[in-house]
Design a protein around this ligand. Structure first.
Ligand SMILES: Cc1cc2nc3c(=O)[nH]c(=O)nc-3n(C[C@H](O)[C@H](O)[C@H](O)COP(=O)(O)O)c2cc1C
Length: 143
């Protein structure tokens, strides 16, 4: 099996409500599991940033489905690599709804609305997602 990691950013047409996010995550987790797809989804009111990892054919198929989803636009691949291991082996789709607050506060990745994933350099995007994920774990521990 050829393992690939695809990371994309998109613009949400409308912010997703909590029930909409829950619905999206439960559909995603149910469908990703049998395809051996794992990953991480970060949302803010304006943007989505998602990492998909798994067998190449399955990831490509899923990406094409997601790219046609009318809930977002400007779906843009930021990175596509064949990694030696998964970043998120345990999650059929991990989730952070705090893109703006949790992201590194580097000024060059910000616009008027806060963190803008389109501005992150391709070779740094994995670190940014990992740091979002760590931040989320810290928040979860404090709670
Ligand atoms: C930001 C975003 C992320 C998504 N992530 C996934 C995902 O990881 N897995 C998945 O099956 N669907 C995901 N979807 C939903 C798909 O676009 C699609 O609606 C869903 O898979 C059902 O597809 P179907 O109606 O063609 O059967 C995502 C949608 C959006 C807007």
């Amino acid at each position: 099996m050829k393992l690939v990691r695809l990371i994309y950013a998109s613009r949400l047409l409308n912010p997703l409500s909590k029930p909409q996010v829950q619905q999206l995550l439960s559909t995603s987790r149910a469908r990703n599991g049998p395809e051996q797809i794992t990953g991480y989804l970060c949302l803010s009111s304006g943007y989505a940033l998602q990492c998909l990892e798994g067998p190449r054919d399955a990831v490509n198929r899923l990406y094409n489905r997601i790219a046609h989803d009318p809930r977002h636009e400007d779906v843009t691949v930021l990175r596509y690599v064949e990694p030696w291991r998964r970043l998120f082996p345990d999650w059929n789709m991990g989730y952070a709804g705090t893109l703006s607050q949790a992201a590194p506060s580097s000024a060059r990745w910000r616009d008027a609305t806060g963190f803008n994933p389109y501005l992150v350099e391709s070779d740094l995007i994995e670190n940014v997602i990992e740091s979002l994920c760590e931040q989320l774990e810290r928040v979860a521990l404090v709670d």
